[in-house]
Design a protein around this ligand. Structure first.
Ligand code: NAI
Length: 401
């Protein structure tokens, strides 16, 4: 079928199999161009492996360190006349390239929050790899059904205490406007957001992997967080999502206790703000990202998900020396984003930004382009008017979908 982008708000309903494969290929090429990671991971589980930081982590481990990878995600398979989601096609392309390179790669598609998917994943690890030496936790989800209570929690993206008014952008139309977001009305919304995006599920994974003997001596585990500039604090770091990130970060000490007898260790890495399916859903953030991209590109220090994860693996997690942490014990790969000169320039542009000058002072065009890239669109070497086969199988899931 001919697949063109169909956009609704901040999501794109269609994905292109050849374009997503191109996206994956470019990420693999980048990792290969950086050479092998010294003493990198060899057997890796990535939870949330099909898009964004999780996909980039899987590619960095596989192509930067020849690691065998098991990826868990929740994606819609393709069917005749119905394109699959981007993460489905990304994984198909990843597995094909991994197989070609002689690397083990298998995937599990289902709800990572459930006991059933944890059980299946652990079974696969035990059967094929024995143990893993790195667990990457990179889920981003709006809801979670709690595996023990059966309660369905939905997260909210709201400030706490008082309403927040600031600029935002409709990045498709290029229109800058003011947005007012009312604060959460009750503690329940905060608790629900923590239940979805906090650290409990990460802990469940690590506990269950350990109890099954699926974690190797010296295992590492990492989850991802965000801080960002003060102007997004009310909606991000001091808002409901920030409370969930506080909880995720606090889980590190619990996990370190659990992993102590294996000489294992857990980390949270604070990453840079980037265009992903999740970040485009947060009000105010897309305008900040398009100004940030402009400034960082001009300074020659811009990074995408793959540059971030390759650097996390090669210069932080596996740099052969002690890992530098901030005062709260976190790894920082948002160091370039948070540089004072970068933040000062972004703050200045923020004051000036209007619909009229948006294209000139921000990288809104780059933002839009990257958004479409997430779904496999806007690649110059892909012909979007041509027929393409929408039915693509993931090699390790063949016949099961
Ligand atoms: P993303 O939306 O690109 O990826 C989310 C992944 O989670 C996908 O693989 C998806 O299939 C999987 N997933 C969602 N629900 C699932 C479920 N129930 N079961 C199994 N898999 C499920 O998100 P992104 O942006 O890569 O986020 C990953 C982490 O990085 C999050 O913790 C996020 O807060 C963090 N982060 C994101 C930043 C950004 O600017 N995008 C900045 C810093 C941190």
């Amino acid at each position: 079928m001919i697949i063109q982008p169909r956009v609704r708000g901040f999501i794109c309903l269609t994905s292109h199999p050849e374009g997503t494969a191109e996206n994956v290929k470019q990420q693999i090429e980048y990792v290969k161009s950086k050479g092998k990671i010294t003493d990198g991971p060899k057997k890796v589980l990535v939870i949330g492996a099909s898009t964004g930081f999780g996909l980039a982590s899987r590619i960095s481990a596989a192509f930067g360190s020849d690691a065998a990878t098991v990826g868990v995600f929740f994606e819609k398979p393709s069917a005749p006349g119905k394109p699959g989601t981007a993460g489905w096609y990304n994984t198909a392309a990843f597995e094909e390239q991994a197989i070609e390179a002689g690397l083990y790669a298998k995937s599990i598609n289902g709800d990572a929050f459930s006991d059933e998917i944890k059980k299946q994943t652990i079974q696969l690890i035990k059967q094929d790899l024995g143990q893993v030496d790195l667990v990457v936790y990179s889920l981003a989800s709006p809801r979670r059904t709690h595996p023990k209570t059966g309660v369905a929690h939905s997260s909210v993206l709201k400030p706490i205490g008082q309403a927040f008014t600031n600029k935002t952008v409709d990045f498709h139309a290029g229109v800058v406007s003011d947005i007012s977001i009312q604060p959460v009305e009750n503690q329940e919304d905060i608790n629900n957001t923590i239940a979805v995006m906090g650290g409990e599920d990460w802990k469940f994974w690590i506990e269950e992997l350990k109890n099954a003997g699926a974690l190797a001596e010296g295992v590492k585990t990492v989850a991802y967080s965000y801080i960002g500039p003060e102007l997004t604090y009310p909606i991000y770091r001091n808002g409901t999502i920030g409370k969930a990130k506080d909880d995720l970060e606090a889980t590190v000490s619990t996990l370190n206790e659990i992993l102590k007898d294996l000489n294992g260790i857990s980390y949270v890495s604070v990453n840079k703000a980037l265009v992903t399916q999740s970040s485009s859903a947060i009000p105010v953030v897309p305008l900040y990202i398009s100004l940030l991209y402009k400034v960082m590109k001009e300074k020659g220090i811009h990074e995408g998900t793959i540059e971030q994860m390759q650097r996390l693996f090669s210069e932080r997690l596996y740099n052969g020396a002690e890992i530098a942490l901030d005062e709260k014990g976190r790894i920082r790969v948002d160091d370039l984003e948070m540089r004072e000169d970068v933040q000062q320039e972004v703050a200045k542009l923020w004051e000036q930004a209007t619909t009229d000058n948006l294209e000139e002072i921000s990288d809104i065009i780059g933002y839009r382009n990257e958004f479409f890239h997430l779904f496999g669109f806007n690649f110059e070497n892909v012909n979007y008017d041509a027929d393409t086969n929408e039915v693509v199988e993931i090699p390790s899931i063949k016949g099961q979908s």
